[in-house]
Design a protein. Sequence first.
Length: 331
Amino acid sequence: MWKKRFALLLAALLGLPAGGAAAITVGVAPMARESDWRMVHYDDMFAAIKTEGWALMHDGPSTKVEDQEKALRRYVSQGVDCILLTCVGPTGLEEVLQEVNEAQIPLILIDRFPACMDQIAYAGAFRADFVEEGRRMAYWTANYLESAGRGDEEINVVILEGTTGSSAAEDRTTGINEVLAGYPNLKVVGSQTGNFTRAEGLAVMESFLKSIDKIDVVLAENDDMGLGAIDAIKAAGKVPGKDIIIVGCDAVKNAFDAIVAGEMNATIECTPLYSGAVIPLIKGLEDGSITPSREIMNPVEEAFCIDGGIAYTADGLLSIKAADVIDQRVY
Ligand code: AHR
């Protein structure tokens, strides 16, 4: 904080606007770049920080908790004004987060939270409801099969799981299985991690196709793995989107293109765009107009599919036809 007061004083002495360059320094913890989602997420956040004229500290990419710990400690020692954290895993940062708290640096949690969040202070917490996203993947599938006259058919489902131990993967798997339990004819015949990457989604799908005689549905816990599955299905001489139904999660541009081409059937939205909420929060914390909140903010999200009109929630929200909105999509 002293650094910021000094910058403001200097700006005043030099006759510069108080909100001028580098009035705020934001430290962003390093994180993997495993998916289209993650790329868009950081492009959006970094562009917004740049637009504000703030300074950015960021060591990335990395999948190691040790790298996050090192970076956070450095941000503390350099006295950043705010830290944005997406955890690579739920544990391992307990000690350094206490140090962040002791240094009274506002901490904003985004997307993947630490398991110790109840024991630490944070200024804001933003993420999708991953369990609900998993439920939506399963509801959409069951209702789509029903609408196609296949509601009573024995359906074999494979799940491409995200990174083991990540909340996005664990919670989506929970949501999927919770809903599928109500549809005994939808049987999970394979469930394996594809690490949220296209390459591993492809490899896991290839092995499923070799070892499982009949696959009707792929539930891919992100779009990248769904796109990998499309490649594997084509290589096996089958038609993605027709012989095998593919449902992804995220609603990234490449998934929209695949849906419009008829190769993917649906995607459940998980927005990567958090700058619109995080930047005003940082400003509000700085000028005192916003006080820290422990409430977890979930963005409003929808579902998109080939024809639209399929219910994807327990209370019957209807999916949107991807081709109708593809031109308005911003990621
Ligand atoms: O945590 C969000 C998830 O992580 C996104 O669904 C996925 O694509 C990403 O890698």
